[in-house]
Design a protein around this ligand. Structure first.
Ligand code: AOF
Ligand code: ZN
Length: 371
């Protein structure tokens, strides 16, 4: 199962909109009482074929041997873009299936397990479940709570300030590669209109070989007074861009940009909670917020940040810097965001702090008990 989970982790970031799954097939020699791994599979780019399909395809099943299938997630039983993994397993001599955690997708959710059992397959689950839930946390939040996992990343100076106009580097090259890894791993990246305008970021993943796996870009801007020539709208390769605004008029300026989808909301609908709910419909399970002070504040005011990552450079900004948050007062009650420091890394003189929200940890515990 450790190998299956490792295979899953290794394809994480490539399989959107599907969760990354790893599968290992073990052959058992009844006479020699000897187990050996004979093949393995991973979920492929864009989500299909599934891991089990790949592992089965590569196995040469022998009549005198028994076979066990280890999977990081419950095998699916729905007829999706192709045949289900359960049907494929049932066409092989596999006698036992071991998976780590139940698939929370309502088309599966325990049914995969039941069908396998009905057909006489011995099934066991729960092995290394905690690791699996960590890996699939965003996917679980999407499928159960109808919202993605939110990671807020703030790049700050030694005195806790962020750069104002024109983005300049606060952190070093290694830290920036780390941030590009986050962009690769997350399904989507989110910023506010002001940051898009002032910083003019590209928001893609620029790690060599991973450029094609850049996240979906999400822009939140009430007025959306943005030029279509901004880098975020013109960078190649083109990825989907989702815009949330209240400004209906602006949509026609972007008509030639086929990769941009507009959500025109009225004043009442224009709030972060409603917006992130809508992202679930795209299958988005993880969102990286690289937002600017206003967006950071929106998310913190609503206590919506699950993971907080602070990347800190080694110099002061003083008056040239801006506050990390805006319009936050005692009344905003942002200290209900209760963050626990989980890890600290340093890349040369930069420090990276990684926090989990207590609320998020509680949700993971609930998931652990229920699944
Ligand atoms: C598996 N093995 O490797 C993965 C699974 O769009 P489809 O038809 O590919 O189905 C997507 C669903 O398949 C997804 O929501 C989840 O339930 C399951 N993912 N299942 O047996 C895999 N990636
Ligand atoms: Zn499947």
């Amino acid at each position: 199962m450790e190998i299956a989970l490792d295979l899953a982790r290794k394809c994480s970031g490539f399989t959107f909109p599907n969760p990354p799954v790893g599968c290992v097939i073990v052959e058992y020699d009844k006479i020699k009482k000897d187990h050996k791994i004979v093949s393995y599979g991973q979920t492929q780019i864009s989500g299909r074929p599934h891991a089990e399909f790949n592992a089965i395809k590569q196995t040469f099943f022998k009549t005198k041997k028994d076979y066990i299938c280890y999977s990081s997630l419950e095998p699916c039983c729905h007829k999706g873009r192709s045949e289900s993994c359960v049907s494929q397993i049932l066409r092989t001599p596999i006698k036992k299936v071991v998976f780590s955690v139940i698939d929370p997708d309502k088309r599966v959710k325990g049914k995969g397990k039941e069908i396998l059992k009905e057909y006489g397959i011995s099934v066991s689950s729960g092995l290394l479940k905690k690791s699996a839930i960590d890996l699939y946390s965003g996917y679980f939040l999407n499928r159960i709570f109808g919202r993605p996992k939110i990671t807020l990343k703030i790049a700050s100076s030694l005195d806790g300030k962020i750069y104002g106009n024109k983005s300049k580097w606060i952190t070093n090259e290694i830290t920036r590669s780390f941030v590009h890894t986050l962009r690769f791993e997350n399904d989507a990246i989110l910023i506010g209109g002001n940051t898009a305008k002032v910083d003019n970021p590209r928001l893609d993943c620029r790690l060599k070989g991973l450029e094609g796996f850049s996240p979906i870009k999400i822009v939140i801007s009430k007025s959306f007074d943005l030029s279509k020539n901004l880098k975020i709208f013109s960078t190649k390769p083109k990825v989907k861009i989702i815009v949330f605004t209240t400004n209906l008029k602006k949509k026609k300026d972007f008509i030639s940009k086929k990769n941009i989808e507009f959500h025109i909301l009225d004043e009442k609908e224009f709030n972060i909670k409603n917006i992130i709910k809508k992202l679930t419909l795209y299958g988005i399970s993880n969102v990286l917020v690289e937002g600017g002070a206003k967006i950071n504040s929106f998310f913190l005011k609503e206590n919506l940040v699950d993971d907080l990552i602070i990347t800190r450079g080694n110099f002061f900004l003083g008056k040239d810097g801006l506050d990390t948050l805006v319009n936050i007062s005692k009344k905003s009650n942002i200290n209900k965001n209760n963050f626990i420091l989980k890890k600290v890394w340093n890349f040369k003189n930069d420090v990276i702090e990684y926090y989990n929200n207590v609320k998020y940890e509680k949700l993971l515990k609930e998931i652990y008990t229920e699944f």
